[in-house]
Design a protein around this ligand. Structure first.
Ligand code: AGP
Length: 609
């Protein structure tokens, strides 16, 4: 997720844009750039690194303009280098574009534009946009027509802002599945990914909907749909303070990131579509070159690995073992050149995971990294990388990184199953179609079925607990572990995750009428088993909070509290069942008044041993 800022008006565009980018830095921070129209020429300035350094460099320049666009990048395609930083220019230098999102069909578009003589200077998907506008201009009556033709050809998600020397007083913007908002000031207008960029100047905002474009000048903006039909838009007054606005109006980054999961999962699917569908190769991996998998990771990423084991063994029929990276590196693992080691790491900088990768490599293994940060150490040391497209995860407690890791690992396992002939194309298509439904299932849980209110009410009952037990089986046992970790790390309540079948081998002695027992009781191959485990807890006066699918009378009649989650294909149920557990931990920590985003003793990325 990147940050876009556009400005046209009476002020110095350079200063307004830089100030706006600084307030969007939470959206991405590996490089920044801006383009200004000065004396009918577009001047572009870019820098890898933080906005602050960029600002110092720009302040040395005596440059003035009333119009420009800026961008702070969270790399999705192409490493965080200078040539990959936005804005991107057309061949003739008369058009500049910034973009947030993923152009799913960038590969065929790039081929077409190269064959028409366009030259590219970056590896980004974004650059196809500016060259496509330039190409369409040849057969259009004016820039806006070319701009519209372009947005109608793009697939995937995009928020775009463009400027051109042909119309040096206008910003051209479009939105599809990535946020874009217009700020209306006094003799000045703004375009941004999010309101914090212009809140100090105006609180009058117009939010573009998917499939809408805007032509913005200093007097205001005109809005159309992609077929050029005018659209009437309402001007909103933003009630937030700047601090609130950076969190999108949410109280903490964690709750904001929980609610970003439908988008993050959808972006991770579309960002990996090209190789999954065979349009481009999955670089660095030869499916027949290995016959076993070892997964190494830490914390929440380790829990994703436990679930990936189910995907790999059930779909690709390949043996997979999972280790804590900190254990793997000292147990002298048996590894050879027929072993694929998968490192799962949101940050790409976790010391134990990097050490495990290096040990595996020294023993001849092939390395695949599943990572959320392009250009991080893990991505540079792996033979192959599969990216999650969660955008920056600011809160220490990992939420959207986890669900996007599961998404990426599910795609990889299906791809591997098809490549190894373990599953037929139709079976893979069927399983893939279940994944496509997941973003809307999460959305339904969070926004339509109002189950988040149910979770909040239950959290209020238990936030003073001193212990908690999470139970799950099969593919949801790791979700019990993940739910317990979430509660531990932000509320400091001792919580344990356990395989429900293990209860009778000791932990059941812990059960009493005070301790909440959270049970993942969604439908699937072991549903009857988990229901009988719930009975065991109830027989000892335990308080059972059950996550269950609608129409589960057996579980409902035992549970003291129930949280309904949408029913999905069994192997995908962890992506949905983890959501209420994230919320449960969040609300309890918030009720306790703790610093949810920066819990005590923790860091977002553990780069030391
Ligand atoms: C999870 O909420 C924690 N933030 C922590 O366990 C984290 O998952 C772990 O440190 C691994 O981080 P990584 O994915 O960046 O390697």
């Amino acid at each position: 997720m990147c940050g876009i800022v556009g400005y046209v008006g009476r002020d110095n565009a350079k200063n307004v844009i830089i100030n706006g980018l600084k307030r969007l830095e939470y959206r991405g921070y590996d490089s920044a750039g801006l383009a200004l129209i000065v004396n009918d020429e577009i001047k572009v300035f870019k820098r890898v690194g933080k906005i602050r350094e960029f600002e110092i460099e720009l302040n040395r320049l005596n440059i003035y303009s009333n119009i420009g666009i800026g961008h702070t990048r969270w790399a999705t395609h192409g490493r965080p280098t200078l040539e990959n930083a936005h804005p991107h220019l057309s061949c003739d230098g008369k058009i500049a574009v910034v973009h947030n999102g993923i152009v799913e069909n960038y590969a065929p578009l790039k081929e077409e534009l190269l064959s028409k003589g366009h030259t590219f200077t970056s590896q980004t998907d974004t650059e196809v946009i500016v060259h496509l506008i330039e190409e369409e201009l040849k057969t259009s009556k004016g820039f806006f027509e070319a701009f519209l033709k372009t947005v109608n050809r793009l697939k995937g998600s995009f928020a775009i802002c463009a400027i051109t020397t042909a119309e040096p007083d206008k910003l051209f913007c479009a939105r599809k599945d990535s946020p874009l908002v217009v700020g209306l000031g006094d003799d000045e207008s703004f375009v941004a990914s999010d309101v914090p960029a212009f809140l100090p100047y105006t609180n009058r905002a117009v939010f573009l909907e998917d499939g809408e474009v805007a032509v913005v000048d200093r007097k205001g903006a005109l809005f159309y749909d992609f077929s050029r039909a005018p659209v009437k838009k309402e001007v909103m007054k933003i009630p937030w303070s700047l601090a609130q606005a950076e969190k999108g109006g949410y109280k903490h980054f964690m709750i904001k990131e929980i609610y970003e999961q439908p988008r993050a999962v959808a972006d991770t699917i579309s960002g990996n579509t090209a190789w999954f569908k065979g349009e481009i190769p999955l670089e660095g991996i030869e499916p027949s070159s290995f016959d076993r998998v070892q997964i190494v990771a830490c914390g929440t990423s380790y829990h994703a690995g436990l679930i990936a084991k189910f995907f790999l063994e059930n779909f690709a029929k390949i043996p997979a073992e999972v280790d804590y990276a900190s254990e793997y590196r000292y147990r002298n693992p048996v590894v050879n050149d027929r072993t694929l080691v998968i490192a799962i790491t949101q940050s790409g900088e976790t010391a134990d995971t990097l050490a495990a990768m290096r040990l595996a490599k020294s023993k001849g293994a092939k390395l695949l990294a599943v990572c959320n940060v392009i250009g991080s150490t893990a991505t540079r040391e792996a033979d192959c990388v599969i990216y999650t497209y969660a955008g920056p995860e600011i809160s220490v407690a990992s939420t959207k990184a986890f669900t996007t890791q599961l998404t990426a690992l599910y795609l990889f396992s299906l791809w591997l199953a098809r490549e190894r002939g373990a599953l037929g194309t139709e079976e893979v298509e069927e399983l893939y179609s279940h994944l496509l439904e997941i973003p809307s299932k999460i959305e339904a849980f969070l926004n339509r079925e109002r189950q988040d209110e149910t979770v909040k009410r239950i959290a209020l009952e238990f936030y003073k607990s001193s212990d908690a037990l999470y139970l799950g089986r099969h593919v949801n046992y790791p979700i019990a572990l993940e739910g317990a970790l979430k509660l531990k790390e932000i509320s400091y309540i001792h919580a344990e995750g356990y395989p429900a079948g293990e209860m009778k081998h000791g932990p059941i002695a812990l059960i009493d009428e005070k301790m909440p027992v959270i049970v993942v009781a969604t439908k699937g191959s072991i549903y009857e088993k988990i229901v009988s485990n719930m009975e065991e807890v109830k027989a000892r006066k335990g308080k059972v909070i059950a996550l269950l699918n609608p129409g589960s009378p057996e579980a409902e009649k035992i549970a003291d509290y129930k949280i309904e989650v949408p029913q999905v294909e069994e192997f995908l149920s962890p992506i949905v069942s983890v959501i209420p557990l994230q919320l449960f931990a969040y609300y309890i920590a918030d009720f306790l008044g703790y610093d949810v985003d920066q819990p005590r003793n923790l860091a977002k990325s553990v780069t030391v041993e």
